[in-house]
Design a protein around this ligand. Structure first.
Ligand code: SIN
Length: 273
C-alpha cells in the first residue's frame, strides 16, 4: 500500500505529525521512504491513533532500522527489544525526565527512538524535544571554533540519568562509558549539531568535571532554548519516531498519582563523527 502522506509541522523549530497512514498495514517501500524523508526533514515525526500489537510495532520498527536491546531494563516477554517505560501512580520519578539523547554511553548510540503510547494520565506526561542543529548554528563563530576539537565522556552512572531509571536490572551495577565529539556531523544530512546532553555528559575528554562544568552548564542551558523545541501531547495510540543524532528529548513529569505506560524501541546507529 502507498499512503498519501500529509505532513503537518507542530512547531517552528522541529517536529511534524504525519496523518493519513495506518502503520499496521503492509507499507510500500515508497511510503517508508517518504516517512524517512519526513523524519530527516523534521527530526521527529508523530503518528496518531495507531492500533499496533507488539509484533506490529516491531515490524514497523524493522522497516525504519534495526532494533536493539536497552541494557538497563528487561524487554517485554517475547519482544526483548521493546522496553516498557512505565510510571505507576505510586511513583514520583519519571524515566527520561531530564534532557538527554538516548544511551550515549554506547560507542555507537542509537540513531533513532520510537515511542508508542499505551496508557496515559488524563493530562500531562507530554514529551519535549530540542533541535540540536539549531543549537549548534546559534553559537558564535568563536565558540564553534573552540568546540570543534573537543570530545566528551558519557557515563551511564551520571546521577542525572541513573536516578530517573526505574525497574533496574543487575546491569545497572555495570558502568558503560564512551566518548564522542561535542559537535557531530549527521551521517545522512551532512549537517552539524551540538552533541552533548545533561543526563549523560560527565566531562570533556582530558579534563576534570570541575574544569568542564562551567562551559557544559552554559551549553546545557543554551541547547534547550524554547525557540529550538517542540512539545508533543500524547493520546493512546500515538507513536513518535525521533532522530537521536540531532535532537534531545525530556519527558515532562507533571502527572503524579496517574499511570503512564509507553513502549520504546531504539534503532542501531553509527559511531558519531
Ligand atoms: C525516553 O526518554 O526515552 C522516554 C521519553 C518519554 O517517556 O516521554
Amino acid at each position: 500500500m502507498t499512503a498519501n502522506l500529509e505532513i503537518r509541522p507542530i512547531a517552528g523549530a522541529m517536529g511534524a505529525e504525519i496523518v493519513g497512514i495506518d502503520l499496521a498495514q503492509d507499507l510500500s517501500d515508497a511510503t517508508i521512504a517518504a516517512i524517512r524523508r519526513a523524519f530527516l526533514d523534521h527530526l521527529a515525526v508523530f503518528f496518531r491513533d495507531q492500533s499496533l500489537t507488539s509484533a506490529g510495532f516491531m515490524a514497523f520498527a524493522r522497516r525504519i532500522g534495526q532494533p536493539l536491546e536497552y541494557p538497563f531494563a528487561k524487554g517485554l516477554d517475547g519482544f526483548p527489544e521493546i522496553t516498557a517505560v512505565v510510571k505507576r501512580p505510586d511513583q514520583t520519578i519519571a524515566f527520561g525526565g531530564n534532557w538527554h539523547t538516548d544511551t550515549t554511553y554506547f560507542p555507537a548510540p542509537p540513531m533513532a527512538t520510537m515511542l508508542l503510547a499505551r496508557a496515559l494520565p488524563p493530562t500531562g506526561g507530554d514529551t519535549q524535544f530540542a533541535n540540536q542543529y539549531l543549537a549548534y548554528e546559534a553559537l558564535s563563530d568563536g565558540m564553534k571554533a573552540m568546540l570543534a576539537g573537543l570530545r566528551w565522556v558519557s557515563r551511564s552512572d551520571k546521577a542525572e540519568a541513573s536516578r530517573t531509571r526505574e525497574d533496574r536490572t543487575g546491569a545497572e551495577r555495570s558502568v558503560l562509558i564512551a566518548d564522542h565529539p561535542v559537535v557531530r556531523t549527521h551521517p545522512e544530512t551532512g549537517r552539524k549539531s551540538l552533541y552533548i546532553n545533561l543526563a549523560h555528559t560527565a566531562h570533556f575528554l582530558g579534563m576534570t568535571a570541575e574544569e568542564s562544568m562551567p562551559l557544559l552548564r552554559y551549553l546545557f542551558q543554551h541547547q534547550i532554548q524554547p525557540a529550538f523545541t517542540c512539545r508533543f501531547r500524547w493520546a493512546p495510540g500515538s507513536l513518535a519516531l525521533w532522530d537521536n543524532r540531532c535532537t534531545l528529548h525530556a519527558a515532562i513529569n507533571d502527572y503524579n498519582g496517574f499511570r503512564r505506560e509507553m513502549h520504546r524501541i531504539t534503532l542501531v546507529g553509527d559511531v558519531p563523527v
